[in-house]
Design a protein around this ligand. Sequence first.
Ligand code: FAD
Ligand code: 2HG
Ligand code: ZN
Length: 470
Amino acid sequence: MTSHDFLQACRGILGPEQVITAPEDMAAYLTDWRGRFTGNAAAVLRPADTQQVAAVIALCAEARVPVVPQGGNTGLVVGSVPDRTGNAVVLSLKRMNRIRAIDLVNNTITVEAGSILEEVQNAASNAERLFPLSLAAEGSCTIGGNLATNAGGTAVLRYGSMRDLCLGLEVVTADGKVWDGLRGLRKDNTGYDLRNLFIGAEGTLGIITAAVLKLFPQPRVQVTAMVGVDTPEDALRLLTMAQATCAASLTGFELMSAFSLALVTKHFPQMRTGFSEDYAQYVLLEISDSESEEHATAMLEALVEEAMEKEVLCDAIVASSIAQSRALWSLREHITLAQAAEGKHVKHDVSVPISSIGEFIGQTDALLQQAVPGCRMVTFGHLGDGNLHYNVSAPEAMADEDFILHQEAINQVVHDSTVRFGGSISAEHGLGMLKRDEIRRYKSDVELGLMMTIKKALDPHDLMNPGKVL
Ligand code: FAD
Ligand code: 2HG
Ligand code: ZN
């Protein structure tokens, strides 16, 4: 099939206006969120429903055209954009954004893959339920992208990551068949777990078109506090105390180094931490309670008092209004944007056993200073999950283009250290194109071989997001 015939057939399936080929109209789909990579594509295809996805994928299989699924294009590991050959099509799921059903007794919501996360949260809230996945990109990332990357965010501590929040999937397979696995069952032991194979596969095994997601009761009240501590070890002590005092009410526990917040207040000068003194580390805590505001505040205040007595924390701000709570969360959510505004940087999205975090930071900081003297650490993240965003910014006087030459050496230091501590080099963002080669150094031949066998069985012609993950 010629490329002209292929595009004509796509137009026949989707309608001419949903097959985008003009370079200026394709541009936004071809560069990743961080601006790290720009690819080329034969076209951007915008299906409206599952049947259109199936027809287009069957056509791609027949014409041997690679497909790069894309949701909100907010991924951080160059997974959602095509390579530079121009052979692939980008399949944008964003028009598929319907809420198909809400079942208040089963506590589930069935949504299409292109639904924006925030809209799903709102739909749940309008039904007096909670859909707990929460991340700074929630205004533009999609459920399909969240599933394909097994997204985490700031509520994993209490509710788990996307894999834990999904009960069923609808998937278009690499040969264009529809697997209807939209089961809202909490228990189902009938063979291999296909759902969990597609979740976290980053679009390399098939196209997720819809999902059944879990809903939870809405907490009656949420209370936020920000505290200053001296060291990550103190933050860990506080975590243990918070778990003992608050149990399942503890829904967020985020670490932010002083330099991470200094970048936020530098690039967003309207934001302030509200502390009169500076501390080396900060923790953002959230408690969700089903009793009352008084009960939640009393629990948090008791925790703060005990931690102060034991000299675990230096100072604390307990938000006294929703606006103040939002302002504290906003500081946390702006770190990614602030580091991007500061210049080129190398991101690491690692996890280590929670108990090793302090030691990991101490040892790895020292090794990095030997490798790139003066590099500036932007260390923050989901301490309660053992997941650090251990990001490296250039030394003050070093130009971006010189700094980025150190990327490989920096990755090696951080990832070797992570693995020495028994950790993972990607806790939540995935591998994409950015860490595809890196993972080969850390996974055994057996593990890589099993992954390759699955890939070949489900996508024998390597057309599903080729060049990513494996
Ligand atoms: P995209 O970027 O479009 O795609 C991501 C991957 O999924 C690609 O490999 C793509 O091919 C594949 N894909 C997309 N849709 C489908 C589909 N329907 N079927 C199959 N494959 C598909 N991530 C976290 O985990 N936790 C965070 O706290 C977090 N915070 C962030 C904050 C900011 C400011 C930004 C910019 C990003 C953040 N991210 C975070 C990363 C990103 O938002 C998540 O990875 C998100 O899940 C991606 O969703 P998306 O719709 O933008 O997917
Ligand atoms: C977060 O937790 C995201 O805010 C982004 O996962 C992390 O910018 C980063 O490195
Ligand atoms: Zn994160």
